[in-house]
Write a protein that binds this ligand. Structure first.
Ligand SMILES: Nc1ncnc2c1ncn2[C@@H]1O[C@H](COP(=O)(O)OP(=O)(O)O)[C@@H](O)[C@H]1O
Ligand SMILES: [Mg+2]
Length: 242
């Protein structure tokens, strides 16, 4: 079971979206995932409920909630071990709360890959450096797997001063090349849960304008697959290196 975490020191950076994009691609290729909400926002649960309503969820995807302030990280560990032992899941996706908290620092130790979604906006920059510092600290201790900053917009619109500040914060930290399309499609990923399922349902009944929507959903699913392919190759290289 491959554990992938999304981490940042603030909300709204794209953690839930990135993990749901991965979940869509994982499901679309016939694999399974345990989706762990460690963020009180419980985005996974919300997506599941919305998708179930339109018949687009999958029983290969299971959502679980962990209250990071009330339960210790031991709880997460035993959940992950039980999931691994059950043999039911190819992946576990950890949606961490957007805060710097000891629970998150511990949780990152279980991740084979940590994604740090980053929106290129000046307001996000202040949080990036400290989040990377946490990762670098864990790397020095040999306590974390691979980690990548994930740019969440196609064309980062930063002033040159902000770009310089971002590059200084990154300081050579690896970024992910795959970028999810900056279109209204993202609202669809969030609203519709698992895109492969949604597509199958919509394709069967689409007419007129809906065909345009089917096409755009198909493109969004391609973006999700590209993200998963990038993740695959990072994991493969990380395994070869050890
Ligand atoms: N790759 C992306 N491209 C464009 N918009 C995105 C992207 N990722 C997230 N967003 C948007 O940013 C907002 C916050 O994303 P979300 O995944 O909910 O963040 P978080 O889980 O970190 O709080 C949402 O409105 C979402 O649609
Ligand atoms: Mg979220």
């Amino acid at each position: 079971m491959i554990v992938i975490a999304a981490y940042s020191h603030k909300g709204g950076t794209g953690k839930s979206t990135a993990l749901m994009a991965l979940a869509s691609a994982i499901e679309a290729r016939g694999q399974s995932a345990l989706l762990v909400d460690c963020d009180p926002q419980r985005n996974f649960n919300m997506y599941r409920l919305q998708a179930e309503e339109i018949g687009c969820w999958s029983d290969r995807m299971e959502v679980r909630y962990l209250d990071f302030e009330a339960t210790g990280v031991a709880h997460l560990e035993s959940d992950l071990m039980a999931a691994e032992d059950s043999g039911r899941f190819d992946y576990a996706l950890l949606n961490l709360a957007g805060v710097d908290h000891p629970f998150n620092r511990m949780a990152l130790r279980y991740a084979e890959l940590t994604l740090l979604p980053f929106k290129p906006a000046a307001t996000e920059l202040a949080e990036l450096g400290p989040a990377l510092e946490v990762i670098r600290g864990l790397e020095r201790e040999g306590e974390i797997g691979a980690a990548r900053v994930l740019f969440t917009l196609m064309r980062p619109k930063l002033t040159s001063a902000a770009s310089a500040y971002r590059d200084a914060a990154l300081d050579g930290f690896p970024v992910m090349e795959t970028r999810l399309r900056d279109t209204a499609i993202f609202a669809d990923i969030v609203m519709r849960g698992l895109l492969g399922r949604t597509l199958a349902v919509m394709e069967a009944q689409a007419s007129g304008l809906e065909k345009m929507q089917v096409k755009r959903l198909g493109e969004a699913l391609d973006d999700c697959r590209a993200l998963l392919a990038e993740v695959d190759s990072i994991l493969l290289n990380a395994r070869l290196a050890t």
